[in-house]
Design a protein around this ligand. Structure first.
Ligand SMILES: [Zn+2]
Length: 440
């Protein structure tokens, strides 16, 4: 982790351990010598961790104020960024953000707007945004990502993380596991030459990932080690984003299933489904698609025939316009596919590469991507959903969303390979059709 942090260059120290809170004063003095601190948190986290941090800072003689966001329930909205900015100005202090992704995001942006850095103390191992260089904030009604530096110091205390609601850790685990199929899709983009693999970013996540994901039972029981593993994995995912300066290392098609639900305002049992739970169903779905893809013998591709069948850009835009006509953002599909579409010459070259390298490439994908069965078993053990109906979406709807997933982002995914090889419909039928693991 230290090596990766050094490479990423933004977060200077990460402390992940049982009792890590106690190192806050020493880390603060080291990285913010002579400065004053203000603990920023919400009402729930104040009791769970904020108060302890406040007390220990003052006990160690570091001047420290506190600010507890008065609202009971809140989102990462612009008004909180302004609220925190005022607090930081009023005390002329450095923020110690104690909380989940929302608190972290507002403190990250507020600090940046004042030219300051800050410390983040995570209250749940639920998201990979803690160490990402950006804040997702709702401004003027739409969610926007504001680029800003990460916390200078990140602290994960397993005693605190374990006491977060269980579902948050499970959701974090699933979001971490999403990096498995996402990496297989990155390998496809790399083979296609559109987004080459960035080795340091890859290694920041994947050197440790199998080990971090192995103990699903520990996640279910919230063992110290398992919770630390999830937190460390998510923190490293943020670091990988910093290194690549892109989200490519951490997300692909499995996240797009989740984006559809976010953009259509999907709720289940009157609640927004946790990001990690949406992603977990996307993740097993993509593992099922990889299973079917890897059964194919792509050394047999008829490149000429596939290139002849390759649609024109206008045809693809028309297809996307039709598919997205009832979507809240109808222009999304046409816009993204017009960025993603490639010429017949480029497609020919990609198909030739697939055909020539398939035996080795398939083997590499097999080594990298978990089977549907393996991923499903891990999720079932941890307590994450594996089935669209568990998050309030029918299998038929999920199958139909897959057509949107292929088109809704310019980034190359498994489905783009399938479209080029003219096997998309076959794979779709094998996953969602009769006898498929997600038979609709
Ligand atoms: Zn995610």
């Amino acid at each position: 982790m230290d090596k990766a942090l050094e490479m990423a260059g933004q977060t200077k120290a990460a402390e992940v351990s049982q009792g890590a809170l106690k190192s806050t004063p020493a880390l603060f003095k080291k990285f913010f010598p002579g400065e004053k601190a203000v603990v920023i948190t919400d009402q729930f986290v104040w009791t769970a961790a904020g108060e302890a941090v406040y007390n220990i800072m003052n006990a160690e003689g570091v001047p420290c104020e506190k600010f507890v966001i008065p609202d009971k329930s809140f989102h990462a909205e612009w008004k909180y960024v302004e609220m925190i900015e005022d607090v930081l100005k009023q005390y002329d202090a450095i923020a110690i953000a104690v909380g989940s992704g929302v608190i972290n995001d507002v403190c990250k942006l507020a600090s940046h707007r004042l030219g300051k850095r800050y410390i983040c103390i995570a209250s749940a191992a639920s998201a990979d945004g803690y160490t990402a260089s950006g804040s997702a904030i709702v401004k003027d009604g739409s969610k926007q990502t504001f680029i800003c530096p990460t916390p200078l110091v990140i602290i994960g205390d397993s005693d605190v993380l374990r006491n977060a609601p269980a579902r948050l850790t499970v959701a974090g685990y699933a979001d971490l596991a999403a990096k498995v199929p996402a990496s297989g899709e990155w390998m496809i983009a790399d083979l296609f030459g559109t987004e080459p693999i960035n080795p340091p970013a890859w290694s920041a996540i994947h050197d440790m990932l199998p080990e971090l994901l192995a103990d699903a039972q520990g996640v279910a029981e919230r063992s110290v080690k398992a919770v630390e593993n999830v937190f460390a994995g998510l923190a490293m995912s943020g670091v990988a984003m910093q290194i690549a300066n892109d989200t490519r290392p951490v997300s692909c098609a499995e996240h797009l299933y989740s984006h559809i639900l976010d953009m259509t305002g999907h709720t289940f049992e009157d609640r927004i489904v946790l990001h990690g739970f949406q992603v977990s169903v996307g993740t097993v779905t993509m593992c099922a698609f990889f299973d079917e893809l890897l059964k194919m013998d792509l050394t047999q591709i008829d490149v000429d025939k596939c290139v002849a069948a390759w649609p024109t850009k206008e045809q693809e835009i028309a297809r996307a316009t039709e598919l997205f006509k009832n979507f809240p953002v109808p222009e999304l599909g046409p816009t993204e596919i017009s960025k993603k579409w490639q010429s017949p010459e480029e497609v020919r070259e990609q198909l030739t590469r697939v055909k020539q390298t398939w035996p080795e490439f398939r083997e590499k994908l097999r080594q990298q991507v978990y089977t549907y069965e393996k991923m499903r078993d891990l999720f079932v053990t941890a307590g994450a959903p594996v089935e669209p109906t568990q998050i309030g979406v029918s299998r038929a709807q999920w199958a139909s969303n897959t057509h949107l997933v292929q088109l809704m982002r310019w980034r190359i995914n498994l489905f783009d390979l399938a479209k080029r090889v003219q096997i998309f419909d076959t794979l779709h039928a094998r996953v969602f059709g009769k006898g498929g693991v997600l038979e609709a």
